[in-house]
Design a protein. Structure first.
Length: 235
């Protein structure tokens, strides 16, 4: 059945019904200055996306508007959860990443792109196309994608090279790098310590990486103590 404008209006009606004012205030504080929000929790957004992909999800993407955070987030979830070839999924992703304007839109989309695990080569090449972007959230998208799907033994060297070589003053790029390094230490300890010994990260990013490592539940107390030496280099 073809997805129609009436169907889209029903989605917006669902948004209004699920709107949580308290959650909206919380989100407004986390992402100030972003476009309007209904205030809908992620599990509810995921449920709506799963219903859409049972039908004409391509029709939904064709009709979808960018008038609210949730409308853009739902597009990302539908793309990520859709049943199609990775090539088609990446063609939709190519358009979608230019709509990302908050860390929440970025990270929610990335976390649901689980098909990447079985399509790493084509995804790796796709990400490489944007390495010279000046867009803060496209660069964050690359880093978070690599953090989620490219920290295995065969990929981590390139991931660290990309983290080292991306130069952008955006807060959300630097925080993505810090998070990726902390996650890498939990998964690939030796390679990550080697990277921390030899990199050209700025002081802010390195300090934040140390902070995130020390906040992690997946890293030993001895390693949390050990990484303090990297922070001391820049104080």
């Amino acid at each position: 059945m073809v997805f129609t404008q009436t169907d889209y209006e029903k989605v917006l009606d669902q948004f209004n019904e699920l709107s949580d004012k308290k959650y909206k205030r919380f989100n407004d504080a986390l992402t100030p200055g972003s476009i309007s929000k209904y205030g809908i929790r992620i599990p509810e957004m995921r449920k709506i996306a799963k219903e859409i992909i049972k039908g004409d999800w391509r029709g939904f993407l064709y009709l979808a508007k960018d008038n609210s955070t949730e409308e853009i987030m739902l597009q990302g979830l539908v793309i990520a959860l859709s049943k199609c070839s990775m090539q088609e999924k990446l063609s939709y992703t190519e358009k979608h990443i230019h709509k990302i304007s908050t860390w929440a839109l970025c990270d929610t989309f990335v976390c649901e792109l689980k098909d990447v695990r079985n399509n790493k080569e084509i995804t790796d090449a796709f990400l490489d196309k944007y390495l010279n972007s000046e867009n803060e959230f496209i660069l964050r998208f690359i880093i978070i994608m690599r953090m989620c799907y490219f920290l295995d033994e065969s990929s981590i060297k390139k991931t660290f090279e990309i983290i080292n070589n991306i130069k952008h003053e955006g807060y959300y790029v630097k925080m993505a790098k810090a998070w990726a390094i902390a996650t890498a230490l939990a998964k690939q300890r030796n390679q990550t310590l080697e990277f921390l010994d030899n990199n050209n990260l700025d002081a802010f990013t390195l300090n934040k990486a140390v902070q995130k490592i020390r906040e992690s539940y997946r890293i030993s107390e001895s390693d949390k103590q050990y990484v303090l030496k990297y922070r001391s280099k820049i104080n």
